[in-house]
Write a protein that binds this ligand. Structure first.
Ligand SMILES: [Mg+2]
Length: 248
C-alpha cells in the first residue's frame, strides 16, 4: 500500500458538525462566515473554524459524509468532500464518488425495508389523532428515496416540543424496534434496517486496508453516536446535543 492508502478514514455528519444554520451562529464566530446553500432556502453556512477543519480533513484523510439529508438536500450544499463516497438518507443510501448507487447496499435495503412500507400510513394516521387530542397541529411527512419510504418526521407548527414527547411515547408501542430520535423541534421514526452504523460498517468492508487505518467518527447528534462509537476515535462539536448529554 502507498502512503496515501494509509490515510485516516473520517466519517462525518454534516449539519451542526461541519456547517450550520446561519441564524444559529454566535456573534463571536460570524467573521468570515461563508454561505454554502446553493438554493439559499436554508441559509446553511460554515464558520472560519469549520472551513479550516474541512480543508485539513480533505487534505489529510479520506473524508466520507454521513447524513440524514436526502440526495436532493445533500446536493443543496456546496461542500467539496474530496470526491469521496457518501452515506445519505440516514444510511439508507450509499453513493459512490461518481454519484452512483452502491447496488449491493440498495438491494439489501430494498429487501429488508419491504416489510415496513405499509406501516408509514398507520403512523401518519395515529399522529394526527394524537395531535388533535392535545390541541396541536403537527406537521408530518415521510422521506423517501427511489420510491422507498425511509423515515416519518414530525414537527409542531408552534415550536413546542411537549406534544412531540407525548407522540414519541404513543408511537413507540405502535412501532416496536424502530429508531426514535428527537432533536429540537423534530421527531423522527425510522425502521430498524436503516442505520448509519450499518452503512459505515458496509463501506469499511469495501475499503482497502481499513483494518490498518485509524477510523474517526464525527457528529453532533445522539443519533450519530451509534455510527461514531463503531469508529476507533470520536469527535464531537462543543455545544452539541452529544456534548450537552455528557456534560449533564
Ligand atoms: Mg448533525
Amino acid at each position: 500500500m502507498s502512503e496515501q492508502d494509509y490515510r485516516p478514514i473520517v466519517f462525518t455528519d454534516i449539519d451542526d458538525t461541519i456547517c450550520q444554520n446561519e441564524r444559529l451562529v454566535a456573534a463571536s464566530a460570524r467573521e468570515g462566515l461563508v454561505s454554502i446553500s446553493r438554493t439559499m432556502l436554508h441559509a446553511t453556512c460554515m464558520t472560519v473554524k469549520q472551513q479550516n477543519l474541512l480543508r485539513w480533513l480533505v487534505q489529510t484523510t479520506e473524508l466520507i459524509p454521513v447524513t440524514a439529508r436526502s440526495i436532493v438536500d445533500f446536493s443543496d450544499i456546496d461542500i467539496d468532500f474530496g470526491g469521496s463516497r457518501r452515506i445519505v438518507a440516514n444510511g439508507a443510501v450509499i453513493l459512490g464518488p461518481d454519484g452512483r448507487h452502491d447496488e449491493e447496499w440498495a438491494a439489501l435495503m430494498a429487501a429488508e425495508m419491504a416489510a415496513y412500507q405499509d406501516r408509514f400510513e398507520a403512523v401518519l394516521a395515529a399522529t394526527s389523532s394524537i395531535g388533535r387530542e392535545r390541541g396541536h397541529v403537527l406537521k408530518a411527512y415521510v422521506t423517501s428515496e427511489f420510491g422507498m419510504s425511509i423515515s416519518a418526521l414530525f414537527r409542531t407548527e408552534d415550536g413546542s416540543t411537549d406534544v412531540l414527547v407525548d407522540l414519541r411515547s404513543g408511537l413507540c408501542d405502535l412501532l416496536p424496534g424502530w429508531h426514535v430520535h428527537l432533536n429540537g423541534n423534530t421527531l423522527a421514526f425510522t425502521p430498524p434496517p436503516v442505520s448509519k452504523r450499518r452503512a459505515v460498517e458496509h463501506l469499511l468492508t469495501k475499503t482497502d486496508g481499513a483494518h490498518m487505518r485509524p477510523v474517526i467518527g464525527m457528529g453532533d447528534s445522539l443519533s450519530d453516536l451509534p455510527f461514531m462509537s463503531g469508529c476507533d476515535f470520536i469527535s464531537i462539536p462543543r455545544g452539541s446535543q452529544i456534548s450537552s448529554a455528557f456534560a449533564n
